[in-house]
Ligand binder design. Structure first.
Ligand SMILES: [Mg+2]
Length: 307
């Protein structure tokens, strides 16, 4: 029963579908908004889902903002959101270290989003801001004295990534006792046109290559987020719906965690992709096929009005 168009469900199937979940995890960009603009009708659907008693979480791989900044963005775009409803990867990185009773310093390749979430849980950090090569790189590598109090490297999106940052991060993580954390592995960020905007995954991979070590990944499609939601809120995966616009992050997360999955076609993944994955010989590709799909979130609104 894979990839069913929600609009083709009969009344009974629709009721069963809506009643089959208590919790909704929704991706943001491509589902709720496109960059800085809300997708028409999506705020009303989120509001209605909450009104009929569904618990709602905003789940994003973005690591450049804090949860508080996401709440602000949600409110600006007419979504009601509370701090506890936002799961961004800067927060996941801080939570991961906090759970491990981490008390050393973090070397950040990333932005203030990560730094402020670390600060919020009392974890110290270094590495924020530009770090250009001033003399020559060979000298810099030779003379670098690693800070012995660094016990973790967190890599997210960093517009100021440089040779200096790469070699420092790689040098730190060659110690297997130093945590090596990637917020997420998206190679591309949303772009307003066909120009490519390289994402956190590109920054992470260059450090993985330099250090010959793989990072622990926290964002979608890795199941860490589900672990947090289960331990903090008692989430029941079977009664959870994951909504997203991307097969290899949102839908795959849902598959890995045992959630029901709903793809919206207002973002990255197209129906053509879904058809290709459905008929693929590779089980990995077949895992990207959602249970349900819909053109855009707002198509759900008339269906929810009777609940
Ligand atoms: Mg998205």
């Amino acid at each position: 029963m894979a990839a069913r168009n929600v609009l083709t469900l009969c009344k009974e199937e629709l009721v069963n579908f809506i009643n089959s979940f208590d919790v909704v995890l929704s991706d943001c960009d491509g589902v709720l908004w496109l960059e800085k603009e809300a997708i028409s009708g999506s705020p009303e659907v989120v509001k209605r889902l909450k009104e009929i008693g569904k618990k709602f979480f905003y789940v994003t791989n973005n690591n450049t903002k804090t949860r508080a900044q996401f709440v602000e963005k949600c409110q600006d775009l007419k979504y009601e959101a509370k701090l506890d409803e936002v799961m961004c990867t800067s927060y996941l990185a801080a939570t991961y270290l906090k759970e491990k009773n981490f008390s050393q310093k973090v070397y950040i390749v990333g932005t203030s989003g990560i730094a402020e979430e670390l600060e919020a849980v009392g974890i110290d950090y270094i590495g924020l801001g530009p770090d250009p090569v001033i003399t020559d790189s060979a000298e810099m590598v030779r003379d670098f004295k690693p800070d012995p109090t660094v016990g973790a490297v967190v890599v997210g999106f960093d517009e100021q990534i440089s040779y200096a940052k790469i070699f420092k991060a790689a040098t730190y993580v060659q110690d297997p006792n130093v945590h090596f954390i990637g917020t997420n592995c998206d190679n591309q960020r949303p772009s307003p046109n066909s120009n490519i905007s390289p994402g956190s995954g590109c920054m992470l991979r260059v450090i993985e290559a330099a250090s010959n070590r793989k990072a622990v990944l926290l964002g979608k499609p890795e199941p860490y987020i589900s672990q947090i939601l289960i331990s903090k809120y008692g989430l029941d995966p079977v009664r959870t719906l994951m909504i997203g616009d991307k097969g290899d992050t949102d839908i795959l997360l849902g598959k890995r965690c045992g959630f029901k999955t709903l793809l919206v076609l207002s973002g990255v993944t197209t129906l053509k992709d879904v058809e290709r994955w459905k008929n693929s010989d590779s089980s990995e590709e077949r895992d990207l096929v959602p249970d349900y799909y819909i053109n855009q979130l707002s198509d759900l609104l008339p269906m929810l009005s009777t609940f």
